[in-house]
Design a protein around this ligand. Sequence first.
Ligand SMILES: O=P(O)(O)OC[C@H]1O[C@H](O[C@H]2O[C@H](CO)[C@@H](O)[C@H](O)[C@H]2O)[C@H](O)[C@@H](O)[C@@H]1O
Length: 253
Amino acid sequence: MAATDFDYGSALFLDLDGTLLEIAATPELVVVPPALPQLLAHLHTLLGGALAIVSGRSLKTIDQLLKPFTSAAAGEHGVTLRFSDGTVEEMPAGLAVTEAWRDSLVAATERWPGVLIEPKPHGCAIHYRLAPDRHDDVWRVVRALVPDDHPWFRLIPAREAVEIGPRSTSKGHAVERFMKDGAFKGRRPIFVGDDFTDEAGMSAARRHGGEGLRVQEVFDGDPAQVRAWLARNAERLAGSAVGTERSAAGASA
Ligand SMILES: O=P(O)(O)OC[C@H]1O[C@H](O[C@H]2O[C@H](CO)[C@@H](O)[C@H](O)[C@H]2O)[C@H](O)[C@@H](O)[C@@H]1O
């Protein structure tokens, strides 16, 4: 399946890790290609602000990674939303993994070298990329804390990790909310993602007449191909804008 081009009527929802950025051994070791923030800023302008980063990372971390670029964004799989006018909203406000849970996760995993706990403002990720043999142990520990029928929290399978986050939010909810935002309203959404948690965002994009592009299927699992597709489309859209300006100038001369 090849990625289709997008146009001025599109809205882009872009996942970060594994989609715009290559997967690294740990969350801190991720490398942001130097040209990426500028490319995103360019696209953001061409699409009239209809570009959102939709990530499992916190809003603060998204901004740190992509600085100086900022845009509409969803952090922690839809828990925190920043709209195109800069307004920030938390859904549901105040619901966060407790210190007691985090302490018990640290206590349960501290003798497992390579297992990393990544605390977030509302949730928590437990990574076992560096300790793949601990997959079952980690899942046993988190299942004991958050059973399937937990009323407020859920387990989110991630790439060589599992996350605990509020049950009532998802990337799908985030896309639904953004599609009501002035910059996105009436546009055709395209969600690009690589992971389980992105599927809800892709389904929401399809409900709004758009599409979901899986990095594995459409871009050979390669974030460099996603970035190249974005750059190609940015160049084409900017070229067509210049062409339109030229023909308008020609017509009025
Ligand atoms: O929704 P995303 O933007 O894709 O974020 C999902 C999680 O990504 C990060 O973890 C993943 O990427 C790390 C860096 O490449 C990798 O080391 C780890 O194994 C992956 O699971 C991030 O650390 C999480 O907070 C995000 O929720």
